[in-house]
Design a protein around this ligand. Structure first.
Ligand code: COS
Length: 386
């Protein structure tokens, strides 16, 4: 359900002030220490950021997709590592339960996810199953009323902090593809689970990613999402549809930040006796960035509205993610160029964003996977018409 306009505006205003006054001054410190201060996490909890998309009856704010993208866009005005702290609770770590969970599962997990007491994490990717998610090998073998889970999950966002893993595992070994996979809700302190060290990454320091190993991990059958076997892959895809719109909105927000920084710099920096913003070649870069950001913003708003109206937006979400994440890559590249030498120097923060945004074209489905989803949808539609 959407928030009323006044409540949404209040939320946007308080998130915007939090970003400007609290988070922006910490960007460089967080990047250096690879850690978000505990008190900032507590403030995020108090603001309700962990429960943005969790329905109100389970203690969250219950944002619609159209509301969510506006909030996320504002959050994009600072380093994406901050958003990552609660990003999995808002998105891939909670949405399996919200979209396909049983009432019991919702009551059990969502209220504590909304407060941030439980951090959720999404375990789909494996060492040999990335883009081809349906080929995952992690096994779940029935043993009485339980399942025994064995295997390794790779590059799992927020794994070091997580209390709850949504784990995609093969319950039907006869079926090698998507139809033999189930989604399990697994408490992180279950015996047999170990989390590897956090990876050292190209960017987004402060956000943590690690492998999760499962060695004969006993999970009750009642913990299968929706209590339905072998439909977990579809759950994962539905979750990613929403996640892809979220990442698209984040890309728009970061583009806004980079354009604002670039414009400010171009208007202050003087060369050849005048601000560089007066030069048409700089203006071209600013105008291209602004135009592309606006296009992505319109796409995301349209797709979000259509998802809220109940349309299947799988291909639209893929189009948004493809365009918006590639867009912010170009905007970040131009931001470095406009800043010149300063763009390459750590102190200005521009090179940090340049590295941070590179991930958006990879996780929650690479640009190439989005192209595949879009083209397959086009072919399917054309085949149905003919
Ligand atoms: N919503 C609901 N169901 C969906 C769906 C969606 N968005 N997308 C696919 N499905 C269903 C299909 O309808 C199909 O159902 P049936 O078995 O009843 O026919 C089933 O899921 C399998 O779909 P498909 O045949 O398209 O699966 P593929 O293995 O060919 O490929 C892609 C699917 C490539 C799109 C998928 O593996 C993918 O998104 N890969 C990227 C994974 C990813 O984003 N990883 C990031 C990790 S999380 S950070």
């Amino acid at each position: 359900m959407a928030l009323d306009k006044e409540t949404l505006n209040q939320l946007l205003d308080s998130v915007s002030k939090f970003v400007d006054n609290r988070l922006k001054p910490l960007e460089s410190q967080v990047a250096q220490e690879d850690r978000i201060p505990d008190e900032v996490v507590e403030e995020m909890k108090a603001m309700g950021l962990f429960g943005l998309t969790i329905p109100e009856r389970y203690g969250g704010l219950g944002l619609s997709m159209a509301d969510e993208i506006q909030v996320v866009q504002v959050l994009g005005h600072t380093s994406p590592a901050f958003r990552s702290v609660f990003g999995t609770n808002v998105g891939i770590g909670s949405q399996s339960i919200i979209i396909d969970g049983t009432e019991e599962q919702k009551n059990h997990y969502l209220p504590r996810m909304a407060t941030g007491e439980i951090i959720g994490s999404f375990c789909l990717t494996e060492p040999d199953a990335g883009s081809d998610a349906a080929s995952l090998k992690m096994s779940a073998v029935k043993d009485g009323d339980d399942y025994l889970l064995n295997g390794t999950k790779r590059f799992i966002t927020n794994a070091p902090q997580a209390n709850l893993f949504t784990v995609f595992a093969r319950t039907n070994p006869e079926e090698k593809g998507s139809r033999g996979i189930s989604a399990f809700l697994v408490d992180a302190d279950t015996a047999g689970i170990s989390v590897g060290p956090a990876y050292r990454k190209m960017g987004q320091q402060g956000a943590h990613v690690a492998d999760v190993m499962f060695d004969d991990v006993r999970v009750p059958a009642a913990n299968i999402v929706g209590a339905k076997e072998n439909v977990g892959f579809k759950t994962a895809m539905k979750v990613l549809d929403r996640g892809r719109l979220h990442i698209s909105a984040l890309s728009v927000g970061i583009a806004e930040r980079l354009i604002a920084d670039s414009l400010k710099y171009a208007m202050q920096r003087k060369q050849f006796g005048q601000p560089i913003a007066e030069f048409q070649l700089i203006q071209a870069m600013l105008a291209d960035s602004q135009t592309e950001m606006y296009a992505a913003s319109c796409m995301v708003a349209d797709a979000a509205k259509r998802r809220d109206a109940g349309e299947n937006v799988a291909a639209l979400a893929a189009s948004c993610k493809l365009f918006a994440t590639e867009m912010v890559g170009r905007v970040a590249d131009r931001a470095v160029q406009i800043h010149g030498g300063a763009g390459y120097i750590e102190d200005y923060g521009i090179e940090r964003f340049y590295r941070d945004v590179r991930l958006f074209r990879i996780y929650e489905g690479t640009s190439q996977i989005q192209q595949m989803v879009i083209a397959r949808d086009m072919i399917r539609n054309a085949s149905n018409i003919n």
